[in-house]
Unconditional design. Structure first.
Length: 223
């Protein structure tokens, strides 16, 4: 059930409050008019579609880089574990360093911080470990480890970049502002079409439903 409620947040509550407040005030002060909402719809829907498409493209790219990161890290781990000249203590230390890289990346992706010092440090620790224990790792194996480690570093850098550079803030602000002011323009037109003498709950329902759809589409790009 939680996956269906993930698009509901504090912005949803704000739009519900605005929908109720604007509709109440429109009835209270008898604000009714009939205007063409085509331009308003384009002003909201087009940027929303653009940002949602961009968000899904970034998601696809992120999944691609994440699978490459995981595969590269797992391959490096396997090469370390099957290095016959490396003792058990060395193997355990290598696995621990690899786990730190994995943990550091996932921890970074769950925050809004752009500081990657922990991730960089964990990668450097593994590189230093490989250099310090180079005599216990066969030359051919070591070359393959560094090749796959390069894939790990490139994919992690791409994931960090995708995480940091999302939808432009100005475009998101533009969409959100128009969604918030939408009831002000939309409600009197709905009252005019439904009729002042008809039940007001129908207007409340239509305005709240319209706002819920718009803000839910907006919230999708954050997932």
């Amino acid at each position: 059930m939680s996956r269906y409620l993930i698009i509901i947040n504090f912005r949803t509550l704000i739009t519900f409050f605005l929908s109720i407040a604007v509709t109440y005030l429109a009835y209270e002060f008898k604000v009714v008019y009939n205007i063409d909402l085509t331009l308003m719809s384009i002003a909201i829907i087009f940027p929303l579609v653009f940002t949602i498409r961009g968000a899904f493209r970034r998601r696809e790219k992120a999944l691609e880089h994440l699978s490459r990161f995981k595969a590269g890290l797992k391959t490096v781990e396997n090469y370390m574990l099957y290095s016959s000249q490396l003792n058990e203590e060395g193997k355990n230390q290598a696995v621990e360093n690899i786990k730190k890289i994995n943990h550091s990346l996932y921890l970074h992706l769950t925050t809004l911080s752009e500081d990657t010092s922990d991730l960089d440090a964990s990668i450097n620790h593994l590189i230093e470990f490989i250099k310090n224990n180079g005599e216990f790792i066969p030359k051919g194996c070591k070359e393959k480890i560094f090749r796959f480690l390069r894939d790990v570093i490139e994919s992690s850098d791409n994931l960090v970049a995708i995480h940091a550079h999302r939808t432009p803030i100005s475009l998101k602000a533009y969409c959100l502002i128009f969604i918030y002011i939408f009831p002000v323009i939309y409600t009197p037109t709905i009252i005019n079409k439904i009729g002042v003498d008809n039940p007001s709950w129908l207007t409340f329902f239509i305005v709240m439903l319209s706002e819920f759809i718009l803000i839910s589409l907006y919230n999708i790009q954050d997932q």
